[in-house]
Every structure is written in C-alpha cells, then in structure tokens.
Design a protein around this ligand. Sequence first.
Ligand code: PMP
Ligand code: GLU
Length: 398
Amino acid sequence: MIRISALAAAVKPSATLAAGAKARQLKAAGVKVFDFSLGEPDFPTPRHICEAAEKAARAGQTHYTPASGTAEVKAAICKWYKNFHGLDCAPENVIVSNGAKHSIHNALAATVGPGDEVLIPTPYWVSYSDLVRMTGATPVLLPTTLASGFKLTPEQLRDALTPQTRLLMLNSPCNPTGTVYTRAELEALVDVMRDTDASILSDEIYEQLIYCNAKPTCVATLRPWLKERTITISGASKSYAMTGWRMGWAIAPPAVVQAMDTIQSQQTGCPSSVSQAALVAALTGPQECVVEMRAEFAARREMTCDLLQLIPDVKLLVPDGAFYAFFDVSAYFGRNFGTTTVTDSVSFCNTLLEQAHVNLVPGVAFGAEGFVRMSFATSRDVIETGLGKFKSWLATAR
Ligand code: PMP
Ligand code: GLU
C-alpha cells in the first residue's frame, strides 16, 4: 500500500471546487440544479483573446517558455500596471504562473515556513489557510464581522502582530464578502506594518470588478516603502473570463520573484505558452469586454441583493466588489426542513441542495460559520428562479 504523506493528510480539498463538483454530478444524473457555487464567470473568453491564442499556436509558440513567463507577457503586465494603477515595475518584478492560486502558493513557498505566522482576516478565500499550512507556516485568523463591514481594523492588526509574523494577506475586493477597503482604510492598515519585519501579500484578483464609487487600490502604491514589502497577486480568470486558461501573476521585489522562479522551474517548468499569448491580448487589447462584463455583473448583483433582502431572517452586507453575496442564515439553524434538522452551514447547504437543488457554499469553508456564499456569476434567469426556490424552501422551515 502506498502511504499518504502528512502534508496531503493535513490539507482539506477546496470547498468551492468540491461544491462545484457536487452540482456537476447531480446535473449529470439529470437533475436541474441552480448552481451558485463556483466563482467563475459564465461568459465565454472574448473572441480577440481566443484568436491571439490560436494565432500563437499556429505560429509555433507551442514550446517551453522561460519558467517565469515570456518577455512579451511580462512587458504587457508592466504596461498594464503603469496604466491602471500607476505602479512602476520592471520585468524582474514579474512572474507568471498557472493561475493566481499557483502564484499565491509559490509566493508563500518562497517566503514563509515552519515557525512563521501569516495573518489572514476572516472571512477569507477558501484556499488561503490551506496554502499557508502547506508551507509549514501557521495561519493566524483575524475575525471580522458583518456589523463592521467585514473590515480588519488597525487596532486588531496591531494586537495580532508578533515577532513571528511574516506576512499579512489582504484581499480587496474580497472573496467571499465583496468588501472593498477604501484607500484611507488600507493606508491605516499598512502603516501598522511599517516598523515591523512583516510584509504584505495583496490578492487583487477582483480589482476590475468594483460596483461602488471606490477606486481599485493597488496596495504596493500606497507608500514608497511598500514596493519592497509587498507581493501583489492578480490574474486573468475573473476580469477576462479566462478561468480555464490558468493565467495568474505576482509582482514582487526581484529576490522574491527569483525565489518563486526557482520553485516554479522545478515544479511546473513554465506556464502554458499559448495561454501566455492569450494573456498578452487580454491586457493589451481592447478593454470594452471588461466594461461590458462588469456592467452585467452589476445588474446581477442588484437583482441578487434585491431578492435576498426580501427573504426573512437573511442578513446580507451588499457587496461592493467581486461577484459573491455572503449572508448570515444562522437564524435557520436548529430548524427542521422535512425530516432534517439544519444545525450549521454545512448541513444547511447539503439539505438545500438535496431538497431544493440550489447550490451554495458553506460559510465555514471561509472561516465564517453561520454564513453561506452565493456566486452571482451566472445568468439573471438562474438567479431569479434559483432565489425563488431558495425563498420557498426557507419558508418550509419548522
Ligand atoms: N484569489 C481569489 C480571492 C480568488 O477568488 C480566486 C478564485 N479562483 C483566486 C485567487 C485564484 O484564481 P485563479 O487561480 O483562477 O487565477
Ligand atoms: N475562486 C473561485 C471560488 O472561490 C473558484 C474556485 C477555486 O479556485 O477555489 O469559487
């Protein structure tokens, strides 16, 4: 028998991907599922991006590239950061990976290990704590509440810092809460970090999906010293509907990029050559597609929030960014749905899926028991009918 390693045994499967797989199984069995589990745009990748990939493949760009990405893709990323955020970066600050999840993994692997602490405000994106744990470092969870807009305060951050703190993970706009920190709020947080040995990993993958007046903020631009102390993560999955192309990147000081490059060179060789050509087209080509998709997400968000706010005992903070509604359903815990008593977010989601074929992700996977996450990256039709079913199912609670 082949033994399973301690590392594999210590890591949980991604709850979002698991919820998506569950819905896929039911659909394959002929059940009509209202699937709000995965955070994945339902739009096709814009045509000009696909065409660039096709052209690259036909032109023979089908070989290994440098482990950290081609010169073209790094130049495209640098230009995009200059235009979009006013951030000056050079190719030695850039590494492209197989998705932002891979970038986060390699950034953590390059910078933390046993004995180190990584601060993660909760609710957090499912993979953060397991990715930290995979390096041997310790995730330190900092709870935030719906009442405070799910925002970490400078006081909370100050109290959590220890000599072992190596990194603070920030994610604005946030998956799962949709919280967008203002520039001033981020400045107050980073200023707490200034005289410490800790750095910041800022996951900005939803930066182009903001619906309120707040401007996207690139944390690395907030203070001059942050350029040397920040690893910025982003990717093409969300803004350009490119989840399957697996294109993510990190912007970091050259020594960190070099360490990530070494890890990547041993681990995956390089990201896909054809996907890199597609990413160049996404970042340097026409941006109307982003504007159009954002407008549709905004309409879906409005519809989702309007419908959720009509449901008794559901507490929601209207999300300012990303494409998730994260809401408190704990008022239903202890109640019976048919013969099943719902006791927590997992039994809530399981019973809902079983009885009403509506698929949500349990809040406990994001470090927030009592809540559930709904992705509204799906059609308005599905949102309207699915939330109708959800409301009717909740009304059966006894
Ligand atoms: N960060 C956040 C906050 C996310 O929601 C996701 C979702 N996939 C990722 C990173 C990873 O994205 P990908 O690997 O598709 O680039
Ligand atoms: N980030 C998306 C989500 O939270 C995709 C799934 C994943 O990568 O975990 O649903």
